[in-house]
Design a protein around this ligand. Structure first.
Ligand code: PGA
Length: 260
């Protein structure tokens, strides 16, 4: 068993394409008020690119960290519409979501581009939150394990042990995202275990033991404890319920209560 008690819980809010600058500042400020004292967890807010600077200012000096929802693999160049890792760092980002299923589904993200982005983010000093997960059809066909193992192997290809240890991998079954139909804690815990096992086979088991594995997909204040009770799950990537201060703060508090 590759358990490590020192893994700090990580709860990230993926705001997706929501919030104007003013709305983002208001939400960041409200969360700062509620969560700045939440010791023992890493709390990350991922606003849209347009609101990163202002949200970052609203969080400055707090325990809450800023993250982006995507990154390009090149540091600069002729890539119209894209944002690079140095640009995100410049805005105070510490984390970046990479390979979200919506990017894979709607924007042509592949395992290859995910790997390039992970390397670029790590090279620049950003902590990637890499998303993996199967569709409902793939789950029904019994392909969850092979698909997730393949996605993890592709994302970790070429990384050294320290880099793997600094990653978070979010298991997000596509059928659970935004549907109100979450996975069960047990099912998510099993996939989390195989994610860690796959990482351990690719690098040092000690690095895999430090890697944080999150669950994402219809996480709410009511079901977060079920996931956090799983020994291999270290936190959550939260979409819809991260858009309101009350529900996101309740998720963080409930997560901390389980892992404390
Ligand atoms: P959801 O989204 O919590 O709204 O299901 C999760 C995600 O897409 O990261």
């Amino acid at each position: 068993m590759l358990m490590d008690e020192r893994r700090t819980p990580l709860v990230a809010g993926n705001w997706k394409m929501h919030k104007t600058v003013g709305e983002a500042v208001a939400l960041a400020a409200a969360l700062r008020e509620r969560l700045d004292g939440a010791e023992g967890a890493d709390v990350v807010l991922c606003p849209p690119f347009t609101a990163l600077a202002a949200a970052g200012q609203a969080l400055a000096g707090s325990r809450l960290a800023l993250g982006a929802q995507d990154v390009h693999w090149e540091p600069q160049g002729a890539f119209t519409g894209a944002i690079s890792a140095p640009m995100l760092l410049d805005l105070g980002c510490r984390y970046v979501i990479i390979g979200h299923s919506e990017r894979r589904q709607y924007f042509g993200e592949t395992d290859t581009t995910v790997a390039r982005k992970v390397q670029a983010a790590l090279g620049a000093g950003l902590a990637p939150i890499v998303c993996v997960g199967e569709s409902w059809e793939q789950r029904q066909a019994g392909q969850t394990e092979s698909l997730v193992r393949g996605q993890v192997a592709a994302a970790l290809d070429g990384l050294d042990a320290d880099q793997v240890a600094g990653l978070a991998i979010a298991y997000e079954p596509i059928w659970a995202i935004g549907t109100g139909r979450s996975a069960t804690g047990k099912d998510a815990g099993e996939v989390a275990a195989l994610i860690r096992e796959t990482a351990g086979l690719m690098t040092a088991p000690t690095a895999a033991a430090r890697l944080r594995v999150l669950y994402g997909g219809s996480v709410t204040p009511d079901n977060i404890a079920e996931f956090m009770e799983e020994p291999e799950i270290d936190g959550a990537l939260v979409g819809g319920a991260s858009l309101k201060a009350d529900s996101f703060a309740a998720i963080v508090q409930a997560a901390l209560a389980v892992k404390a």
